[in-house]
Ligand binder design. Structure first.
Ligand code: BES
Ligand code: MN
Ligand code: ZN
Length: 491
């Protein structure tokens, strides 16, 4: 169920809500609008702060049962003393919505003082993120054990611009939720076919052209790199293309590319059994493209954007590609397969070549590409590399605004030595040293003729532990980054 959201002017004299969220920075005192409320509540807020029962530290929460007066519960959420108020409020929104869902309260009212348009947008994105859950594949508990879902959130704000922020935030939140749902769906449900159908639905909703290439079409395009990954599975691989053409007819489009490995077993270079189930998330880059296209469609952004997803499954079988094999990508380059588990770059190679036909102004790809990126940057930052320093900076800025921070790694030619092949133009693995960089350098061989940035989201697209804001599972990265980048180009 989607969360109903609205903005309303704060009137604490007449507020009536089952749960009021107050997002407070550290060292807050009760003044201004909150004084009216506190008087109605018999001074509970002032007493709580004076006793230092609640100090407003980042992520701190305190649940108070109110004595009535139209406000049944109060949830205090700390936002610390961060400089970036939008980021803090996005976080507070997520924590508040998660807590409210756990309580089983249907409606919350959120107050954080005056909100700019950007801050209202951030609160909205956070509330949607926090209210998201995945229950489709669980039998519901008996009625008496069920908790009410969070259905509605009202954001109290004293600025009219905030209403626009809520509308934008809702579109971004829906994109995040779509990407997270696709991520959570298991490999036997979320197949390349399923991703293609999802793309067709998005296209239908927003008037985008959708083209899907299957194995036969990709053979005609001589996509030997992509196809060698798909040769171990009977499922039809899909190259999915969505075109949103709402900019000037002659304006070059932005390309958004995603790795859509619906499952990555490693192939013949098979992965260890322990934790292999996490590799259903190997399509989070592709899900990010679809989520971003959902948001771009909803916002009807006046730009030209082409979304491309390379979707398949990496499986061992008698027909699977083997270490030592040499394949030819659609740009003619020969690739020696060293490790069949380095499959994402093989899929993306042909998708990046295909992207050139749209004469893009810029291409950004997102991929859960390397375990090495998780070692380098953990689960906090996306690895960012590209062939154009200005574009890298533009993407880093967009990622930061979206609350999905990235960090640059050096894409120096010196590292190319590591992926030189004895028999072919390039090999698909350079081993463990600089694994994230060599993977990106491999992609660079195919991202030819346009400015390009690669996002390694292996550590950020999903989480194996509860982050407070989101539970175990997909985070929605890189939807926000894609959308912010595209919006940045419309300003
Ligand atoms: N999908 C994986 C990367 C990955 C690993 C993502 C862990 C998230 C968590 C990718 O296809 C892969 O297997 N990469 C190999 C490359 C190596 C064989 C050069 C890796 O990272 O080990
Ligand atoms: Mn792999
Ligand atoms: Zn993979």
């Amino acid at each position: 169920m989607t969360l109903a959201l609205s903005a309303r002017a704060a009137d604490f004299g007449a507020l009536d809500t089952p749960l009021l969220v107050l997002a407070l920075p550290s060292g807050s005192s009760i003044d201004g609008a909150l004084e009216v409320l506190d008087r109605r509540l018999g001074g509970v807020l002032r007493r709580t702060l004076e006793r230092r029962d609640f100090r407003g530290a980042r992520d701190e929460t305190l649940h108070l049962s109110s004595t009535g007066a139209g406000v049944e519960r109060i949830l205090l959420v700390g936002i610390g003393k961060s400089e970036d108020r939008a980021a803090s409020l996005r976080r507070a929104g997520a924590i508040a919505a998660r807590q409210t869902s756990k309580l089983g309260v249907r409606r919350l009212t959120f107050f954080a003082g005056a909100l700019s348009e950007t801050e209202a947008e951030a609160v909205t994105v956070g509330l949607i993120a926090g209210s998201w859950d995945f229950k489709e594949l669980k039998t519901p508990p008996p009625a008496e054990d069920q908790r009410d879902p969070l259905e509605e959130a009202v954001i109290l704000t004293t600025t009219p611009a905030a209403e626009r922020g809520v509308a934008t935030g809702r579109a971004i939140g829906e994109g995040h939720s779509l990407a997270r749902r696709l991520g959570m769906l298991p490999g036997n449900v979320c197949t390349p076919d399923y991703l293609a159908d999802t793309a067709r639905e998005i296209g239908q909703r927003y008037g985008m052209t959708v083209t899907v290439l299957g194995r036969a079409e990709m053979e005609r395009e001589r996509m030997g790199s992509f196809l060698c990954v798909a040769q171990g599975t009977p499922q039809d691989p899909k190259l999915i293309v969505l075109e949103h053409r709402k900019g000037p007819a002659n304006a070059k489009p932005i390309g958004l590319v995603g790795k859509g490995l619906c499952f990555d077993s490693g192939g013949i270079s098979i992965k260890p059994a322990q934790g292999m189930e996490w590799m259903k998330f190997d399509m989070c880059g592709g899900a990010g493209v679809l989520g971003a296209m959902e948001t771009i469609g909803r916002l009807n952004l006046p730009v030209n954007v082409v979304g491309l997803v390379g979707a398949t499954t990496n499986m061992p079988s008698g027909t699977a590609v083997k270490p030592g094999d040499v394949v030819q990508a659609s740009n003619g380059k020969y690739v020696e397969i060293i490790n069949t588990d380095a499959e994402g770059r093989l899929v993306l190679a042909d998708v990046l070549v295909y992207a050139a036909r749209f004469k893009p102004a810029a291409v950004i790809d997102a991929a859960t590409l390397t375990g090495a990126c998780v070692i380098a940057l953990g689960h906090t930052a996306t690895g960012v590399m590209g062939n154009d320093d200005e574009l890298v900076q533009e993407v880093l800025d967009a990622a930061k605004r979206a609350g999905e921070p990235g960090w640059p790694l050096p894409l120096w030619d010196d590292y190319k030595e590591l992926i030189k092949s004895d028999v072919a133009d390039v090999k698909n693995s350079g081993g463990r040293p600089a694994g994230t960089i060599t993977a990106a350098l491999f992609l660079k061989e195919f991202a030819d003729g346009y400015p390009w940035v690669h996002l390694d989201i292996a550590g950020t697209a999903y989480t194996e532990s509860d982050l407070g804001t989101v539970p175990r599972g997909p985070t929605g990265v890189p939807v926000g980054t894609f959308v912010e980048f595209v919006r940045g180009r419309t300003r």
